[in-house]
Design a protein around this ligand. Structure first.
Ligand code: GTR
Length: 326
């Protein structure tokens, strides 16, 4: 980090601590790309309520939703620098920085959401949370991100052949670029906030995401063909800046961890409901949902992605342990 950036970070981090809302001694600023009311936003707000109660009103959280603090990749950097205290993001944008996050981001690594929960709630999940510390972040909890599938504005996709040559936006992760190439399409990494207009103007044919994001972003308005190939079940993560963390007492750190853990079942519940609401909404608004898709060739096609990214013994062991989890 440059000296200038470090100074800026220190000034702003200090500011967050001294300018806290009246009743709270410390107000932690938390970033989210999603709009108010989205399950991730509501879950971090719920965590804030728990934390406030646990600390007799001393520690509070303010969620800056709707990318008020920026796009995910930028806010991650700012969280590392201590400019932002907390961040709720997908694991995808961490892939190029923290290799352990690539494992739950591998296509078809999880058989179901239940499988993902079991893994992320267990030792492999803990190892991944711990890996954030070396990158100036504290991993607090994993949230649900549903399963991600392709959508586009050109045609219904029924097979890998239909995907040939099409252009899809992916999160800014090399792994996802390779994932899209593996099924014969072209990937364009770009921030979430640019996807809508990029589809509209023909820069890309589509993108890939879960029901709630496909709906809340309005992408369904510009890309109505949604094919449930469910190539990713990538969890979301709630992290805290290590700089902000180190300013807390051990008791307050424990209270933050406890409140984060308590927000997980709240989030899962909100998520399950929102998936249904979003699905119903996009169907009602004219999206064409393609469900008759054979996933076997997609799973086969991902082999080179595993070969490229699962290289060290540590990562191989993680994959094996995930596959052996039932
Ligand atoms: C959403 C996820 C966001 C963001 C977005 C994207 O499903 O919740 O954190 O990563 O996808 O595609 O950029």
């Amino acid at each position: 980090m440059s000296l200038k950036k470090a100074l800026f970070a220190t000034v702003l981090a200090g500011f967050a601590f001294t300018s806290a809302a009246s009743a709270c001694e410390v107000t932690l600023r938390s970033s989210d790309t999603h709009p108010d009311g989205y399950p991730t936003v509501a879950a971090v707000e719920a965590m804030g309520e728990t934390l406030k109660a646990e600390t007799n009103g001393r520690l509070c959280i303010e969620v800056f939703h709707s990318k008020q603090l920026g796009e995910e990749k930028d806010t991650i950097e700012q969280t590392q620098f201590g400019v932002i205290d907390m961040n709720r993001v997908s694991l995808g944008p961490f892939n190029n920085i923290i290799e352990e996050t690539q494992i739950p981001s591998l296509p078809y690594i999880f058989r179901s959401t239940e499988h993902m929960h079991k893994v992320m709630d267990g030792p492999v999940g803990q190892e991944i949370l711990d890996a954030f510390t070396a990158h100036d972040l504290i991993g607090l909890a994993f949230y649900d991100g549903g399963s991600r599938s392709f959508y586009n504005n050109q045609k219904p996709i029924h097979s890998m052949d239909d995907l040939k040559g099409m252009k899809f936006r992916v999160m800014q992760s090399d792994l996802f670029v390779d994932m899209v190439s593996a099924v014969g399409a072209n990937a364009t990494p770009m921030p979430y906030g640019e996807v809508y207009s990029s589809i509209q103007t023909g820069v890309i044919d589509g993108a890939e995401n879960n029901w709630p994001s496909y709906e809340s972003s309005g992408h369904h308005e510009v890309a109505k063909y949604y094919t449930l190939d469910q190539h990713l079940i990538v969890p979301e993560v709630l992290v805290m800046s290590k700089m902000s963390w180190d300013k807390l007492s051990a008791d307050d750190q424990a209270a933050v961890r406890k409140a984060a853990a308590a927000s997980v079942p709240v989030m899962r519940d909100l998520w399950a409901k929102r998936e249904k609401v979003s699905e119903a909404k996009v169907r009602a608004q004219g999206s064409q949902i393609i469900t008759d898709i054979d996933k076997t060739p997609f799973i086969e096609a991902m082999k080179p992605v595993y070969e490229k990214y699962v290289t060290s013994e540590k990562l191989k062991s993680m994959v094996q342990r995930i596959q052996a989890t039932h």
